[in-house]
Design a protein around this ligand. Structure first.
Ligand SMILES: CC(C)(COP(=O)(O)OP(=O)(O)OC[C@H]1O[C@@H](n2cnc3c(N)ncnc32)[C@H](O)[C@@H]1OP(=O)(O)O)[C@@H](O)C(=O)NCCC(=O)NCCS
Length: 380
């Protein structure tokens, strides 16, 4: 039996009897406890102090500073620093196209939803997520909230929509060396490409954004459907650069992350990536196509993906796979060419049960939605 009044809920536990639990935005002291809870739940491999220090460092990033990230929790009324359930909201800049036209808005992504294992099944995460939804609809003024989840059906019950989440991936072929790839690239190259360093990333993101609105306006949208796309703002990509740095400290003696992508200026095409050392994957966070010329984009992507493979190989066995979310036909085309030349096969699949994309419109309004594209950079 539970009772639920405004910002609190009482649960009956078999061992401790009734416990009153309160909802709120975390105080600074509670925030550290939320970091610990997220670490216990999602990052069991790292020691707690290392994880908390990493969280504190990430919290200084422009994306998260100044309430860009808010921590929400349920805590015991009698011991407020005992966090029972927590999650965080991180701001998202989005372009929306619907019956009112195209406009830029600020929404939120919900992440790191966790309830302490001993309190599972008392309706706590449901209560917390519902309260945060009320905040997003009210003071948060968010037209849309997104999340990437491993427990999709749980959110559907709370009024979220699950969206298609396709990805393509391939293992680095055995026996292909970095030198061989470089030689191949230099020999057969008609289009020039170069690596992108961290300093150049903000400029590329801004160029990307400046070309996006017209793409959203031109999208062939079915009537009564709304289109949402998260903008690749530099702060969003910078979060991944910082994550790669932190992971490199942990797994690679702090090796400098020098390349964050590659660009082909002639084709107005580039890719950005993130060295996800914890999963041994090079994630392509953004594929920016050269709009209006799919064949040139495909040719450029062949070269750029060779650059990505060289980058992955340079981490000497620590990155074994390349993953691309929401691959376009140009990406598939480029991978087909490369796979044939280098002898690898790709795996195309839907992310069922991991990082499944979900969306909630303000006041749980039921809308037919296209989330385009659904790329990795938009997920935290
Ligand atoms: C998922 C989680 C947050 C639920 O917390 P909780 O406080 O027990 O949630 P509630 O009591 O409000 O709801 C429990 C419901 O979640 C469902 N649920 C729990 N784990 C689930 C899973 N892996 N897949 C689908 N549903 C799941 C339960 O079946 C239950 O459904 P019911 O209400 O129909 O019986 C908790 O299990 C947890 O911390 N898991 C580990 C971290 C995690 O996976 N977080 C989600 C990442 S997006």
């Amino acid at each position: 039996m539970t009772s639920d009044q405004d910002d609190r809920i009482t649960i009956n536990t078999p061992n401790d009897g009734p416990i009153e639990v309160v909802f709120g935005e975390s105080s600074p002291e509670q925030q550290v406890e939320c970091f610990k809870q997220a670490g216990r739940t999602f990052v069991r491999s790292a020691p707690e102090d290392l994880w908390v220090a990493a969280e504190e460092q990430l919290a200084q990033l422009p994306l998260l500073r100044a309430k860009g990230c808010r921590h929400w929790c349920l805590y015991r009324a009698d011991t407020p620093n005992e966090i029972i359930s927590s999650l965080r909201t991180i701001r998202r800049e989005v372009l929306i196209r619907d019956s009112q036209g195209v406009r830029q808005e600020t929404g939120y992504d919900i992440c790191m939803v966790a309830t302490d294992a001993k309190y599972h099944g008392h309706g706590l995460a449901s209560f917390l997520t519902r309260k945060v939804g009320e905040w997003a609809d009210g003071p948060g003024a968010a037209p849309v909230t997104t999340l990437y989840t491993s427990v999709g059906p749980f959110y559907v019950k709370l009024g979220w929509d699950l969206l298609p989440a396709p990805q393509v991936s391939f293992e680095l072929p055995l026996g292909v060396s970095r030198d061989a790839l470089q030689r191949k690239r230099e020999k057969g190259q008609s289009l020039q490409t170069r690596l992108v360093g961290p300093d150049e990333m903000p400029d590329l993101c801004n160029r990307d954004i400046s070309q996006l609105r017209s793409q959203v306006e031109a999208y062939d949208l079915t009537p009564n459907t709304s289109l949402v796309r998260t903008l690749p703002i530099p702060e969003q990509l910078e979060w991944y650069q910082e994550m790669a740095k932190l992971q490199s400290l942990n797994w690679c003696d702090g090796r400098e992350v020098k390349a964050v992508g590659a660009v082909c200026e002639e084709a107005n095409t580039w890719i950005l990536w993130y060295q996800d050392l914890s999963r041994k994957e090079l994630k392509i966070t953004r594929v920016k196509p050269g709009y209006g010329n799919p064949d040139l984009t495909k040719q450029a992507l062949v070269q750029l993906l060779v650059r990505a493979m060289e980058e992955a190989l340079s981490w000497e066995g620590l990155l074994a796979k390349i993953v691309i979310w929401d691959p376009s036909s140009e990406v598939h085309g480029a991978l087909q060419v490369l796979g044939k030349e280098l002898g690898f096969t790709t795996k195309s699949e839907m992310r069922d049960g991991v990082n499944q994309t979900s969306i909630r419109w303000a006041n749980a309004e039921n809308r037919q939605t296209i989330f385009w594209p659904n790329e990795y950079y938009a997920c935290n």
